[in-house]
Design a protein around this ligand. Sequence first.
Ligand code: SAH
Length: 487
Amino acid sequence: MNKGYVYLVGAGPGDIRLMTVKGQQCLEKADVVLYDRLVNPLLLETTKPGAELVYCGKLPDRHLLRQEAINDLLVTYGLAGKKVVRLKGGDPSVFGRVGEEAEALEQEGIPYEIIPGITAGIGATTYAGVPVTHRDHGASFAMVTGHDKSPNGQPLIDWSGLATGIDTIAFYMGVKNLPYICEQLIAHGRDPKTPVLLVRWGTVGKQKTLNGTLETIADIVIKEKFSNPAITLVGEVAKLRTKESWFERQLLFGKHILFGRTTEGASEIANELTSLGADVFEYPRFYTHQQEKAQIHFNDYEQIIFRSPKAVFWFFDQLKQQRIDIRTLQAQLYGASSKSIRAIESFACLGFPVDKMIHSEKRLVIGSNAWQHREQQRFESYGSHDFCVSHYDEIIEQSNFTCQRILDEDRVDTIVFPSAESVKVVTEQIVACNETPETLSKRATVICFGKSSYKAAIDFGYQVEVTLQEPTKEALIEVLKHTANEK
Ligand code: SAH
């Protein structure tokens, strides 16, 4: 049997857009993904449907998967011919034990690659507005563990060399040992007034920072109950921290949005919210596959209605496959949305809105399976219709695990329902995470796009805070700007 291939990939510090293009490509084609606790669970939403996802962090019901067990798993999957991604927070070579994993693969002759990532010491501090080197404030930079295998966990380090020889020091895993670290640096000659910056959950909406000096920071950390995962940055560069960094100043920084979804792919609006600094989780995830061949005579109809642009593209593809010239069809073409109308017109045919329809008994509606049952009554007043499925939208159950993680980490403070259908889909799925409309309404501010989504949400038992005046991106952003970041 063919040997598999293992990619040891750096996921970056949190913001999912900080993973390398190469790493992302590997993730998308992997059969198996073994991922750590610090990897943003949203990255798992980009794996292929059906990929096996193995969590290597702490679970409530079992202990940490030990390193040896992880090495064994990599080898087992590799020997079974799988494409495996071992996904690690930050950079795999920085306190990531990639050396041990590579060695295990090497011993078994399993081919592998190591794909670097942005390490937290650089990523988190950059998002906090502090560069690790600066021509005036820091000419050298070290990454140091704040915790090691010694019995008390206090790292054995050349403290004197570090204290006097390096300008900027990033301590990883160092919050617990912070008093010890500061004491050692001072005892070995570093100025007690040296600025220190702590960045917790850097590069994501939960990012928090603390400022102090070598002599004050340990007390501040206790007072603020600051804990891991955090980077401790020691050095003059830390004073470059301003009240808010470029990242924290973004319009929607700190917002954690669950955005209801009813089809495959990212919505433009959700993308826009992300670019304004929000953490956005589109839920659930869908896999769409096309109906291969239409079992229908398009020529029998006077009117054809398209539910979505996808339906339009599918229809024209069918015509091409069946060698049918559009000019031989008699039907008027209608789009259920302006996007669908634009798609029709991109084929040099006129598209009309559905409210311009007249009565006909020879009507065909084309759309995904999700719409089939909903369309029964919808066009009744215009006469009957046939429905033709162009696409099947299937929910990928895996996104429920992602959702569970996001909820466990308290990373949902806002829920956006762009349509009545999205209310139904989210509510059906969320049961898998032991949530109900009532519990979700307690956690999060519920925002509906319009009257029909509002009605659906109320009927399902949500407490709706806001219904948009206009179902637009601008109206949503305006509302989000003014809602609190925590419920
Ligand atoms: N390989 C990782 C480090 C793993 S050690 C990397 O290159 O970043 C785990 C430590 O990394 C945590 O204890 C914390 O100190 C740091 N860390 C990881 N992600 C972080 C984040 N988003 N913000 C702040 N610190 C983080």
